[in-house]
Ligand binder design. Structure first.
Ligand code: AGP
Length: 611
């Protein structure tokens, strides 16, 4: 979960790399470093964020037109200067940065120790680098050849960028499992874990595939596989603007992305939903409609917030399509030896499209012949390319580590898929189908309306910022929303929070309730409303502090709760797209009130590319 950046061309590399690293910092930020080639190899690295490295490098000669940079999320070796990347080889002539995990690094390290090598760090990266150099020395071969040989001995995930003092006009890169994008410029190339470091320079990129090596010069890009066969670079044109990855006047990316939701939900519906015509146009679904319609079972695999979207999809698909659905934590699914039968369809949900657990889970399912349908936000990402078919969520770049706009866009896509399949299966009445299309079409405006009252949540947040714990409760479609609300509060404010089906409370969690425990109810109007009202009474009877997300005009709960936030009325199937937004804002305001780094919460990173 690190960020890597590289540049080779005629411009000054350092400023491009530093700006790129700042844009990659959402991937990891416990130490950073750069390596530059200018009359020799120069490596600078430091524990801490990019800004601290910049400070440390003030006044140093950083002029160079070739360089690589790294921002780290520690896996092997604690955050420190010596474990920071780039690492230098024993000869000092090679420098390397790495995103991923070399699983068999201990074995390789032992081989090198037996040859008298010593190590400056605790990282798997330094081991791999010296392993490559050892092969180069032993075989008297090129660095590229040594890398090819070394990678055949490596297990795990990696993107590596290599600089060689003896070959200053080349960056060598390799990829397996972790993401690598190469930007094509005029007599220059840019490298990154995603396209954010290169957006203002080029819109033409190549997504490097697994087991590919890239030999990058200023005016040449060569791709080869580990068998030394040339691969044709497939150039993709990016349709994202720099502005999309800047804060746009908001204090934090998280707040900007929360307020972007009326627009991103609209973008997700645009060109797909036509409520008047009664149509949903999604080519990925249409081209696979028989597979989806005749699916014996749908298995959803995902992690974190995407898993919560999957849980909501289970409720929606089972109700509308009458197809059995199972929702699996990807990390458990891949090791559990799951039973996958003919006719099963896997839906993989991921914002980043790079989450290792989800990627490996679908590879596992593919081995057993399953059809993979991907729902992904990042265009061209690994999960998108590993899926047989899919749909993008079009939420734009999501920089804040806490997923917000991608979650509501995932709900929109999952609901449209369920409606399209239900119509095909005739498992929904034409009236219900049409009503839900119009309900979906109204969401952007309703989201805009409730965001106008965000300040109300700032006040509620201020009131509960001192809480040590919190409970989030909901029933039916609101249960997954409660889980998501609890996750947001944990991620952003470090307050321990748990989401539960409201009725489950009586089977244990109610023991936690006292006059200091805030209990957040997702209590918008639905078939369970009377039940949730009595659950609120049970909490109030034990002096719990009740914060309730209610439907506009619902007096029944307003009189009981300590604090309420009303969302516009909507059908229970689409109302989670609205009721989650105040929970996103509540966690944001509490996090800010507590002085937390809401865009880069401790111990977290945006895409988890290692298991
Ligand atoms: C959510 O706010 C977190 N960032 C995290 O739980 C995230 O949802 C999870 O890591 C899955 O990421 P993905 O959607 O990119 O696969």
């Amino acid at each position: 979960m690190c960020g890597i950046v590289g540049y080779i061309g005629s411009r000054e590399a350092y400023p491009i790399i530093i700006t790129g690293l700042k844009r990659q910092e959402y991937r990891g930020y416990d130490s950073t470093g750069v390596a530059l080639i200018n009359h020799g190899l120069k490596v600078f690295k430091k524990k801490g964020k990019v800004a601290e490295l910049e400070e440390y490098l003030l006044g140093k000669n950083l002029s160079a037109s070739v360089g690589i940079g790294h921002t780290r999320w520690a896996t092997h070796g604690e955050p420190s200067d010596r474990n920071a990347h780039p690492h230098q080889s024993a000869s000092g002539k090679l420098a390397m940065i790495h995103n991923g995990i070399i699983e068999n690094y201990n074995q390789l390290k032992q081989e090198l120790l037996n040859k008298g090598y010593t190590f400056n760090s605790e990282t798997d990266t330094e081991v791999l680098l010296n392993f490559i150099e050892e092969i180069q020395k032993n075989n008297q071969c090129s660095l590229e050849e040594a890398l090819r040989i070394a990678l055949k001995r490596v297990t795990g995930a990696y993107v590596i960028l290599l600089l060689d003092e003896g070959n200053p006009d080349t960056i060598i890169a390799a990829r397996k499992g972790s993401p690598l994008v190469i930007g094509i410029g005029k007599d220059e190339h840019f490298l990154g874990s995603d396209a954010t470091p290169m957006l203002e320079y080029t819109k033409e990129v190549v997504y490097v595939n697994d087991y590919e090596i890239a030999i990058v010069k200023a005016n040449e890009l060569v791709l080869k596989n580990l068998g030394n066969e040339g691969q044709t670079p497939y150039i993709t044109k990016l349709d994202v603007e720099l502005a999309a990855i800047e804060k746009g006047g908001f204090e934090h990316f998280m707040l900007k992305e929360i307020f972007e939701q009326p627009g991103t939900i609209y973008d997700c519906l645009r060109g797909r939903l036509d409520a008047t015509a009664g149509t949903i146009t999604m080519s990925g679904v249409q081209n696979n409609i028989d597979t989806l319609k005749n699916a014996n079972r749908i298995i959803i695999v995902a992690c974190g917030t995407s898993w919560h979207a999957g849980l909501l999809a289970e409720y929606i698909i089972e109700e509308l399509c009458r197809t059995p659905v199972e929702v699996e934590y990807a990390s458990e699914f891949r090791y559990r030896n799951p039973i996958i039968n003919k006719g099963d369809v896997i839906i993989a949900i991921s914002q980043s499209g790079e989450t290792a657990d989800t990627l490996v889970a679908i590879e596992k399912a593919k081995e057993q012949g399953a059809i993979i349908f991907g729902i992904v936000n990042v265009v061209g990402s690994s999960i998108a390319r590993a899926s047989h078919a899919g749909a993008y969520t079009h939420a734009g770049p999501e920089i804040g580590v806490a997923s917000t706009k991608a979650f509501t866009a995932q709900l929109v896509v999952l609901t449209m898929i369920a409606l399209k399949v239900a119509k095909e299966k005739e498992s929904i009445t034409p009236e219900r189908y049409s009503k839900l299309l119009f309900e979906l079409g109204d969401i952007p405006e309703k989201a805009g309306a409730l965001l106008k009252r965000a300040e109300e949540l700032k006040i509620i947040g201020e009131k509960y910022k001192g809480a040590a714990d919190a409970l989030y409760l909901g029933r039916g479609y609101n249960f997954p929303v409660a889980l998501e609300g609890a996750l947001k509060l944990k991620e952003i404010s470090y307050i321990h929070a748990e989401g539960y089906p409201a009725a489950e409370m009586k089977h244990g969690p109610i023991a936690l309730v006292d006059d200091k425990l805030p209990v957040v109810f997702v209590a918008t109007k639905d078939d369970y409303h009377n039940k949730i009202v009595s659950n609120i009474q049970e909490i109030k009877a034990r002096k719990g502090k009740v914060i309730a997300i209610i439907t506009d005009g619902d007096e029944s709960i307003t009189s009981m709760a300590d604090d309420v936030f009303a969302v516009p009325p909507a059908d229970e199937i689409v109302s989670p797209m609205l009721s989650v937004i105040p929970l996103q804002l509540l966690s944001y305001y509490i996090g800010v009130a507590k002085g937390c780094d809401v865009d880069k919460p401790r111990n977290l990173a945006k895409s988890v590319t290692v298991e």
